[in-house]
Design a protein around this ligand. Structure first.
Ligand code: ADP
Ligand code: MG
Length: 280
């Protein structure tokens, strides 16, 4: 099962002086139960792409197909598509609306017609998955910290039990430990079989957690591959606005000076190689 994207084009304000080509012929296949990161500089088209995946906006040209269902305004499967693909918005405030955490997380399953006794089970499960205990149920989501709000926003999407979870810049505004916790939470969901589609401008973050990475630039897919493949490619051809990890730059410098070390962004791995070389 997968999401197929063929020659996807999306233009804002087409035919006016404000015309902006956001997506210009994107092609890709997203497998379920994998962790894909979509990486690009600000303005490269990431959020526009994300919104196509759960049918918030529709292709102007080309196709998006979710497990065989076409993302099209005329489609009878739009509800099913939105249930299969959950989208966590960039800012939790764009997503949250209910007066209590419980109601927030119960909204999606209720909306999909799930029976009330199962809803309770789903709310508990989703909040447990994001690490929020029952003491949060009655709290107002708007009064929580940034990291907690993001957890509620994720719980409110996973309570619908989607097959794919799309997160648009989910680490924005989180400190280092909030970021680490969030990545751990996503890794758990991935372990349980959910496809993770992480949208980020942070290449280092994507290199550290993904199974596959797609780099987009100005609405085009520039390249895709495993983190190792992407790193080698970007060390060769820099992409404007994407910061390469310091460790990878150091590894690349050592290689260019004749050291036999791997091109990696993994500090510990590089340190081990350097130590071995220095000792021998
Ligand atoms: N609602 C909109 N109206 C007009 N232009 C937009 C709108 N949303 C995004 N754009 C433009 O489309 C391009 C891609 O934007 P976006 O998908 O938000 O990229 P990213 O998420 O990578 O920053 C940018 O040039 C942006 O200015
Ligand atoms: Mg964006």
């Amino acid at each position: 099962m997968s999401i197929l994207v063929k020659d996807l084009v999306y233009i804002y304000h087409q035919g006016t002086p404000l015309e902006t080509i956001a997506l210009d012929g994107i092609e890709l296949e997203i497998q379920t139960s994998r962790w894909l990161s979509i990486v690009g500089h600000t303005g490269s088209g990431k959020s526009t792409f994300a919104q196509h995946l759960n049918a918030l906006i529709f292709p102007q040209k080309g196709e998006v197909e979710v497990e065989g269902m076409k993302v099209d305004p005329e489609s009878k499967d739009l509800r099913k598509i939105r249930q299969k693909v959950g989208l966590v918005f960039q800012y939790p405030e764009q997503q949250l609306f209910a007066e209590t955490v419980y109601e927030e997380v119960a909204f999606a399953p209720r909306n999909w017609g799930i029976k009330e006794d199962e809803i309770h089970e789903r709310v508990e499960e989703a909040l447990r998955a994001v690490g929020l205990n029952p003491s949060y149920y009655k709290r107002n989501p708007f009064h929580l910290s940034g990291g907690e709000k993001r957890r509620v926003a994720i719980a409110s999407v996973i309570s619908a039990r989607p097959s794919y979870l799309v997160l648009d810049e989910p680490t924005a505004g989180l400190d280092a430990s909030g970021r680490k916790d969030l990545l751990g939470l996503l890794a758990d969901l991935r372990e349980r079989g959910m496809g993770i589609i992480l949208i980020t401008h942070d290449l280092e973050l994507a290199l550290s957690c993904s199974e596959q990475i797609i780099i987009i630039e100005k609405g085009h897919k520039l390249c895709c591959g495993t983190p190792d493949e992407i790193l080698v490619r970007l060390l060769r051809d820099h992409v404007h606005g994407l910061l390469l990890p310091e460790t990878a730059l150091l590894a690349s410098k050592l290689v260019s000076e004749g050291w036999d070390v791997p091109l990696t962004s993994d500090e510990l791995l590089l340190a081990r190689f350097i130590t071995e070389k220095v000792k021998s």
